[in-house]
Write a protein of this length. Sequence first.
Length: 203
Amino acid sequence: MNLTDILAQAGGLQSVARDLGVSESQVASGAEALLPAILGGMKKQAQAQPAGLEGLGGLLGQLGGGGLLDQVLSPQRTDVSAGNDVLGQIFGSKDVSRTVAQNAATQTGLDPSLLRKMLPLLAMLVTGFLAKQAGAASGAPSPSGGGLGDLIGGLGGMLGGGKPAGGAAGGLGGLGGLGAMLDMNGDGNALDDIMRMAGKAMR
């Protein structure tokens, strides 16, 4: 099971489809193309934090924590301002967001404007999901950041097609799990490539 399936089971893709007035299958296709960039942005944030995964856990809370997932899942139309804040934090530039959407449009055949609208909603789902699962894994907020590390290690195994959750011990203390999360389909497509493309577009 990959992250798209997990978000679908949680009702996230259905909620995004309802908000945007499109089919759930279109959202699933967009999510497959957009999630590696979102997760790659989070990987970069973890690398940039002095405390690594612990710092990323704190950042997830600052961005809205598990409440972001609840906002998207609620029957009311989602206010995407929090999602745009998340994108601003992990991508650093609207140019990167636009390039991510354009890259996903090339992969999926979906309209880039639809994918740009989808990005903040998916960013809220992922941030909220990770924050909730990190809290559940640790039982309570922990200065060790262990809950988030366990979560990322497990998800990294699932998304990278490797060891099942709980078995990806190598990723628990560092960024190994996040690296596997970034490359969801094993094709080596990393956010670095997208950011380089955005950099060329800005010149």
